[in-house]
Design a protein around this ligand. Structure first.
Ligand code: SF4
Length: 416
């Protein structure tokens, strides 16, 4: 691959098969709604509309993306990745390129790409956002991704896309496309990412895993998940033994009662026992993923202390997700002096715990402090704060939750 190609090419349009929450086909989960794949009539496609893998990868839309990437152009569908790179960050594209740069099948497929972008697809990566079936009602979520939230949003009169929510609720229930397409995909398969909703609740996922196991290819495949850690699915955990590796991202935003408040429906004791159980399995690699937001910015040290009790079985700090949506939970709604207090607390924690920690710890602790420092320089989002106060109280009343300031006293001043 030439140096020019390295600046624009992403392996995913060559080898990745991905479907959104409502089973709409997309280039990848990072391409958002911009990355929906269109058929030759210009219509989006659901998983059930894919008649064969070869036909799907060679619709005009896909060919055009690949030929642009090969010609040193940046397709607009992938702008999120290119923007990150232009701002000096590391993009998802770059991480996939690093991962697949010496992959024989990808290089063969790339080198044999026809001038118009046509390929003989060898799918190595699957990525299904398997419906909005979920058991929790997290405060930052919406009915698109958690069907039970529909009831709360309806009662409170909050807006959401009814059509998408319904599609995400029913479109994955038909397992026929999985039974038809997965056997065609398994030959070269290396990785299978499943998100939700809550993926551990998905029957479709179990059906897909059984087909992969029957094909005899499971030992070549790594399974990846984002899970809320509240579901113990014994059948799924037994099937894991057949696969090469299991990579699990524990979605946990705080420790104990505050996690129960943010991720409504969570029982912390259940999280603890499920995390222990997953970490006991030999082929499981895990880390905590934390949505950094106005509600948990003060309490991150308690979360870090709990992670430390897991004694080196997972990375010592979580992967921090800078939460932008919904904007009323962004840390920019907080006054500067409050954020300064949170920053001082974090710095003190890192100073007291730095001994014996690795480069990775240093990198993540620096990132979270820089994020707060940048936010302290930003203007406070007063409109966001207004919505925050209104919505928090409405959710608390509907759910019979105690006021958030009982759990996070630093937020008390916002309501005075
Ligand atoms: S460049 Fe980025 S958005 Fe485009 S397919 Fe690759 S990872 Fe997805």
């Amino acid at each position: 691959m030439s140096e020019i190609n390295k600046k624009t090419v992403c392996p995913l349009p060559w080898l990745h098969f991905s479907a959104h929450l409502d089973s709409t086909m997309r280039i990848c989960c990072n391409s958002d709604h911009l990355g929906f794949v269109f058929d030759d009539e210009g219509k989006t496609m659901k998983l059930r509309d894919v008649s064969s893998i070869s036909e799907y990868f060679n619709v005009k839309y896909y060919k055009n993306i690949r030929s642009k990437m090969r010609n040193g152009e940046k397709p607009v569908e992938c702008r999120k990745c290119y923007e990150v790179e232009e701002n000096g960050g590391a993009s998802v594209r770059q991480s996939y390129l690093e991962c697949y740069k010496d992959n024989e099948k990808f290089n063969e497929s790339f080198n044999q790409t026809k001038p118009d972008g046509e390929i003989e697809p060898k799918v190595q990566s699957l990525d299904f956002s398997l419906s909005n079936n979920c058991n929790l009602k997290c405060i930052m979520c919406n009915p698109d991704a958690s069907y039970p939230l529909k009831q709360d949003f309806d009662k409170l009169g909050f807006e959401y896309s009814k059509e998408f929510t319904q599609g995400a609720h029913i479109n994955w229930k038909d397992e026929t496309p999985i039974e038809r397409l997965i056997p065609e995909i398994t030959e070269h398969l290396k990785e299978f990412l499943t998100t939700g909703g809550e993926p551990f609740l998905s029957k479709t996922h179990i059906a897909a895993l059984k087909i992969i196991i029957e094909s005899g290819k499971a030992k070549d495949v790594t399974l990846s998940y984002h899970t809320n850690c509240t579901i113990r699915n014994e059948e799924l955990f037994r099937l894991w033994d057949e696969f090469k590796h299991i990579s699990v991202h524990f979605s946990i935003d705080s420790h104990g009662p505050l996690d129960e408040y943010i991720r409504y429906g969570t029982k912390w004791e259940k999280v603890l026992s499920n995390v222990e159980m997953m970490l006991e399995k030999k082929n499981v690699h895990a880390e905590v993923h934390t949505c950094v937001q106005a509600l948990n910015i003060f309490n991150l040290p308690e979360l870090y202390d709990w992670i430390a009790t897991l004694k080196n079985r997972i990375p010592s700090l979580p992967y921090h997700i800078w939460m932008h949506h919904p904007s009323w939970l962004h840390i920019n709604i907080l006054p500067r002096e409050i954020k300064q207090g949170a920053l001082d607390r974090l710095k003190k924690h890192f100073e007291e715990n730095k001994n014996g920690k690795d480069h990775f710890y240093e990198e993540r602790s620096t990132q979270i402090c820089s994020y707060l420092e940048r936010s302290i320089r930003d203007e406070q989002d007063l409109e966001g704060l207004r919505v925050f106060k209104e919505r928090i109280r409405k959710f608390e009343k509907l759910r019979g939750q105690e006021p958030v300031e009982n759990l996070v006293p630093e937020l008390k001043c916002l309501f005075e």
